[in-house]
Ligand binder design. Sequence first.
Ligand code: MN
Ligand code: MN
Ligand code: MN
Length: 285
Amino acid sequence: MTDPDTRWVDLHLHTNFSDGADAPKAVAERAASLGVSAIAITDHDTLGGLPEAQAACAVHGIEFLPGVEISSHIGTQELHILGLGVDPANAALGDRLIQMAEVRLDRARTMAAKLNKLGVPVDVAAIEARVHGGVLGRMHLAQAVVELGHAATVQDAFDKYLKTGRPAYVARESISARDAVDAIHAAGGLAFVAHPGIGRIDSRFDVLLDLPFDGIEVFHSKHTADQQKRYAALIENRGLLASGGSDCHGGIKGDPLLMGTVRTPYEVYARIRGRLTGTCSSARS
Ligand code: MN
Ligand code: MN
Ligand code: MN
């Protein structure tokens, strides 16, 4: 009898190129110290952190999958889509994400203006100067609100000002799920429905899976054992791939570090890798 394969991977990680706390290099170092075999960096709407992460993974001897988490919508519902195996140098995807960053920056400026009117003197230009990758979001505004002493924590800033329905909130525009999936495919990647257990996305699978998704994020730090089981059965039925990861942001919201709390089996990564290179066989057959 051979020993069971205990290797594990984390294919959903954020860095400070989006809303994570740590530089890509530090994220790769933490992964290596936890004994992860492969990681994907999946920052929101940017490919900016990928080269640094790739180099750091090479140093630490862990396998690396370039990724992105795109904020899209389907109808009126927000939908996060993971692109795994995208070419970090793909110009069409890169340009699309830069356009989205500009829209996001406009939104941040509008929210900052609202905060200013509410007596919170956030300076959006100063925040912009500190943000890597151009992905300025509500998280950065929330941090500024805390620094100015108008909220105790980032969560408190969201609750007081920035979450849906609060006075500095501005609805966000995003690309359609179909466009996001197509952009990921055009960049050589595979498209996955991210964390379907969050936000009742899993009640929309009938509509979602009409889109050419390659798979579903089955393993996730916020999924219950029951959800994980249901999604695993669904992909089996539909002939889709699984993916999985912690969605660790490095403790930026005062959360515990999520990396290592969900251990996606190495085989999940091997199947994705096999589909990307067109070598591995379908482990399904
Ligand atoms: Mn995030
Ligand atoms: Mn997400
Ligand atoms: Mn995420």
